[in-house]
Write a protein that binds this ligand. Structure first.
Ligand code: PLP
Length: 389
């Protein structure tokens, strides 16, 4: 037989699967592995979708997405993020993931380069590879707060650079890019005539009054070149619904709408009504979930920093802790595999998010405070035993 697509064969496989598979084997494992809310979708959202299903919303919808949902998103994102959007700037996709992939497909040619700070959400690498584009990583440092600086960005730009990918708040780092840095990044992006994908799926996950999420698309001269991505997955505990939002200039939305016809035609019709309820209905459940994550963050972060041999910065956003394990002398993978085998606690090796993640592990605080307390005891004993040799 003739060979399969070389491009697809070259798509990197997820390095974190190994840990997920180990978690499935043993119910006693306390898992910080998954990046998914442990809450159920709020009931008003479920009800809105079920009502629509029972009343005929069972057919194909528009390629670009449900009109009312696009209108609501344009209004909300304009008010909250200063993005000046009309309905024509908004498209509904199957999760943020499809939105990012379609954006790359719509903009990038074979060999074009995308710059991203590393460590990064590993699916970006697969998406770039599927487009035939090259992901150029810039190592971020803990001392710098794991933030992409304008100097770092500029040093990575080549004549082939076409796009920058920002993810603030970040998975796996929990870092949030401040307003000043963002405005300087915008200047570099304009200077070199680049596009920027701003992945804002964790925008609601901010825990301190002195930290604010900013959208780079709101800075002067950035609207045309910014593609803002959001999702219902994290903010409303809707990962399985697969609904995301892309905000971009009208021309790009037109191009992507055309692509959608050939991909999946449209996002699930009835579930988009649930998403509409999520955006326009009461926000109390979301607020409650964020307050629970904040308590977990504080508990886990102080617990980790109290363990001799481990340390972490207080993450400003998302629901991840990026823990420095260098003092243990183990590689990230050794640490994660031994921790799961010897202490029954699952974490993700940092190098699963790019080589700059070596020396770290990621913990998602999407488990109960009781489990966090139990896990901290196990981790402390594990590290103590390691040190004792
Ligand atoms: C940074 C980041 N972007 C995008 C996604 C994908 O979100 P969705 O479920 O909307 O596809 C994730 C999911 O973990 C993520 O961490």
């Amino acid at each position: 037989m003739k060979p399969y697509s070389k491009r697809m064969e070259a798509v990197p496989a997820s390095k974190i699967r190994k840990i997920f598979n180990m978690v499935l084997e043993d119910k006693d494992i306390i898992s910080f592995a998954v990046g998914e809310p442990d809450f159920d979708t709020p009931s008003n959202i479920v009800k809105a979708a079920v009502d629509k299903l029972e009343h005929g919303a069972t057919r194909y919808g528009a390629n670009v997405g449900l009109l009312e949902l696009r209108e609501a998103a344009a209004k909300k994102f304009s008010e909250e993020r200063g993005l000046a959007l009309t309905t024509e700037n908004v498209m509904i996709t199957a999760g943020a993931m499809q939105g990012i992939y379609m954006t790359m497909q719509a903009i990038l040619e074979e060999g074009d380069e995308i710059i991203i700070g590393s460590p990064y959400f590993s699916n970006y690498a697969a998406q770039a590879a599927m487009c035939g584009a090259k992901l150029v990583t810039v190592d971020l440092s803990e001392e710098n707060g794991f933030i992409l600086t304008p100097q770092l960005l500029e040093s990575a730009i080549t004549p082939k650079t076409k796009m920058v990918l920002l993810n603030s708040p970040s998975n796996p780092l929990g870092s949030v890019i401040d307003k000043q840095t963002l405005s300087e990044l915008a200047e570099v992006i304009k200077k070199y005539d680049l596009y920027v994908i701003s992945d804002e799926v964790y925008r609601d996950f901010i825990y301190d009054d002195d930290v604010k999420p900013y959208s780079i698309g709101a800075f002067e001269g950035m609207a045309e070149r910014t593609i803002t991505i959001d999702s219902f997955s994290k903010s409303y505990a809707m990962t399985g619904w697969r609904i995301g939002i892309v905000c971009a200039n009208e021309e790009l939305i037109r191009l992507m709408t055309k692509m959608q016809e050939g991909m999946v035609a449209c996002v699930n019709t009835a579930l988009q009504y649930g998403a509409l309820e999520a955006l326009t209905g009461p926000q109390d459940d979301k607020k409650h979930m964020i307050s629970v994550y904040k308590k977990r963050r504080d508990l886990l972060c102080s617990g980790i920093n109290n363990i001799d041999g481990l340390s972490c910065r207080v993450p400003q956003g998302a629901f991840y802790l990026f823990v420095n394990i260098k003092d243990t002398g183990l590689s990230s993978e050794e640490f994660a595999v031994r921790l799961i085998k010897e202490a029954k606690v699952a974490v993700i090796p940092g190098d699963g998010f790019g080589s700059a993640g070596e020396g770290y592990v990621r913990l998602s605080y999407v488990i109960s405070e009781d489990d966090i307390k139990k896990a901290l005891i196990r981790i402390e004993k594990f590290v103590k035993d390691l040190k004792a040799g």
